[in-house]
Unconditional design. Sequence first.
Length: 539
Amino acid sequence: MLKRPVGNIGYHTRLTEKDWAHPTRENFDYALILLAVDRPGDRQRAIANLHQLLALQDTDTESKTYGIWPWFVEEPLEQMNPPDWNWAAFCGMRIVQALLNFGDDLPEDLTEELSLALGHATRSIIRRNVGPDYTNIAFMSAQVALAAGEILNEPAFVEYGRTLLGKILDSVQYHGNFNEYNSPTYTTLLLHICDAILQTTKDAVALGTGEKLRRFVWQTIADSFHPATSQWAGPQSRSYGTWLRPGEAGEITSRLGFNFPCYSREGGLNDPNLVKVLPCPADIAPRFKKLPEENLELKRRFVRREKEAESVVGTTWFTNRACMGSINQGFLWVQARPVLAYWTVRGSVPAQFRLRFLHDGQDFVSAWTASHQKGARVLTAVSFLNNGCDFHPHFYKRPDAKFEAEDFRLRYELVGEEVDARDCGDGRFELRAGVVRALIQPLAGVFGSESVKWTLGSTDGGVALDGVCYSGPKKLFPFLQLERAYLAAGVELLDEGASNPGPREHAENTVDGRTSIIWQDEQSPLQVDFSPIPHAAPF
């Protein structure tokens, strides 16, 4: 089996970034690669690998972790913090590929083991029964159940997969998009899963639903794509990199038939790609080369609430040089990009601008954003949760809402080539890359008894404006006792030749426990509303 550094994951595992371990999911991939390449000795090594992997599955039907695998050989399920039930789907997908592509060439005892493991994984998936709001796992669960039902002759599995696909389509049509919105990592994975569904099931209903979902995935990606920078415009709910990663770009370009500038790698996230890639629909493909219009603004609802004002809505603005997106409300955590912009510079790598909130240098999930965007301007207020977590939105909740910290700060960060930062001297700051600049006007800042200070500085590969809430000796911050805690700022992207407008007027009002901040201009003032004291997450 292959061994690798664990890396700085931060959840599910107690292993540290200094540890090396044998990962289960990647070793399933390794076995598939060995079987596909099939050099002398490869098949024997793959068979041995698969026997070891299958022995790691929990097959006790009475166990809470029934049907899943640990992340690493070195860390059994009972030692994980907590176990990851997604591994039934992730590993189940790979077992499906092993059986469909190589089942006839494997020893009979191994195909029996693989079939048993696939049955356990599918029953685990059905017992867990994720909803369509868990987008990538719902897609994956449906695909595994459909394939497993046909491979194992289990009609109930097929029925489950068909029904789940229908629920996903119903959800998309009701909300307007995926609840886990605009994720480069998971939306490109959905392309792979849709292709797999269309090629690994014979169920007519599932095939029809799968094709509708495949078109919707493509439209979502096309709507977010910025041709000038070859980037996936924000806002993003879940992202694993600051720029579009080569594997994610490869999933798209392998289906488009041409590469994006800055990305020469062909192929995608799943190597070997044992599922034939299906081409992008011909009516959608041109969007990847050219915007439908200059100065385009796109609004998308991702989560529909009973009161439309409480729905989760993203705004994305595009020009032929730049793009900027924001979400009207959401968590600030390591995977979130609630305010995100890209623009071209003279080098090959575009500039990347984003909003973060850091707790001792780590993205802090108990920070909550409210934003209002119009074109190249976005107003954002950051408040705080009194029932949240530190690093992950669901794990290790702090019921007492107490956090020890040496540093809390809001950060507007610009990374790229030709970056520079300056204090404009009128209460505003400028972060520049090439000929485009982000003009930032801090509007409010209070953090309990601490006064917020706005400072310029450098980061790894870039520059930043920080709203420093606290920096000093380790101190306990009981969020339930903070009378007021929030920061607000307005950002405006300015292109080459545009002069700085004067500082824009703003107003702040609090009524019935809600604070409104209004950032004026001559045409359309921006307004955000939020709780000035730490509050519960609205969803």
